[in-house]
Design a protein around this ligand. Structure first.
Ligand code: FBP
Length: 305
């Protein structure tokens, strides 16, 4: 397969990586409906672990079946499917080679009342054994546990790169240092995205940021530099710039289930701001199968232009 100029350009940002890692990034960029466009839509299904099965799969009972999500990602034409060890293991043989896989190697639950942190729940070797092309890891900038979170990612990233895998980082600011509103504030989200880039992430996943400015010093900096943050498109643009001047793949999460129009309006703004795509979980697998596929196809149509 010959790559499009856009795929070649994106791969040129990752020249220091091993051939194996670059091949996995290339596979992510050349799979599914958006193949070759430089955009990606990924299906993530770690919500059962993160939020519990009732909140995650109550709205669409089919979601309890691990194969359902593999098939949903394939039917919709996603670039990849991301999940924790159990869900990936439960379908890796049946669906081998049909869609790139991202193994979520750390996870957190909603049962304990502690500073945000995740346990390491799978390894780079698990990812290789299961045929995954990338590992996924969540960091919580703002958490009192951030040193351990960052240091664990460092170890895992070194190993993943040595063994030829790509690294996808979910960067979700939260913890005692931040207000609830601050978790999605533009200064905080862009900062969290930058931290993920500095930690060596190839693909950075963040939440769509709001116009709120959380930290006084950052507020001053945004205002004196006149950085436009009124629209979501402007804020998305700023977040991609915060990741090495646009030389990292930055994608945006779908969030809790919402109406189709509201989600598509958000996607249109992300696309306008130069976002590289979306990772849409609850909004797709909590709808009945055909509606979920239809919605993901509409999302891809926006990114595909
Ligand atoms: P959604 O599209 O369902 O928001 O999925 C994106 C995601 O990052 C999941 O991978 C993860 O389980 C969830 O959001 C975490 O959400 P939060 O940490 O805000 O509870």
């Amino acid at each position: 397969m010959s790559f499009t100029p856009r795929v070649k350009e994106i791969l040129s940002w990752y020249q220091s990586e091993t051939p194996g890692t670059r091949a996995q990034l290339a596979r992510l960029l050349t799979t599914g409906t958006l193949a070759g466009t430089g955009k990606m839509v990924i299906l993530p299904v770690d919500q059962g672990f993160e939020h519990g099965p009732a909140r995650s799969f109550g709205p669409n009972f089919e979601g309890h079946n691990p194969h359902y999500h593999y098939q949903l990602a394939i039917d919709a034409g996603c670039n990849a499917y991301a999940a924790p060890l159990g869900f990936i293991e439960a379908g890796a043989a049946e669906f081998a080679g049909q869609i790139p896989l991202i193994l979520k190697v750390n996870n957190s639950d909603s049962l304990a009342d502690v500073e945000p942190c995740s346990a390491i729940t799978a390894s780079v070797d698990d990812a290789l054994r299961l045929g995954c092309g990338a590992i996924g890891y969540t960091i919580y900038p703002g958490s009192g546990d951030r040193n351990a979170i960052f240091e664990d990612l460092r170890e895992i990233t070194i190993e993943a790169k040595e063994k030829g895998l790509a690294v996808v980082v979910w960067s979700y600011p939260r913890g005692s240092g931040l207000s609830k509103e601050g978790e999605t504030a533009i200064d905080v989200v862009s900062y969290a995205a930058h931290i993920a880039a500095q930690l060596g992430a190839h693909i950075i996943k963040i939440k769509p940021p709001t116009a709120h400015l959380e930290q006084a010093a950052a507020k001053k900096a945004f205002e004196s530099a006149n950085i436009p943050i009124d629209t979501l498109a402007q804020r998305v643009s700023y977040c991609t710039q915060a990741c090495f001047g646009g030389r990292r793949i930055v994608i945006f999460s779908g969030g809790a289930a919402k109406g189709t129009d509201a989600l598509l309006e958000e996607i249109a703004q992300i696309n306008e701001g130069g976002g590289f795509g979306s990772i849409v979980g609850r909004n797709s697998f909590q709808r009945p199968h055909d509606e979920g596929v239809d919605l993901l196809k509409k999302v891809m149509a926006i990114y595909g232009g």
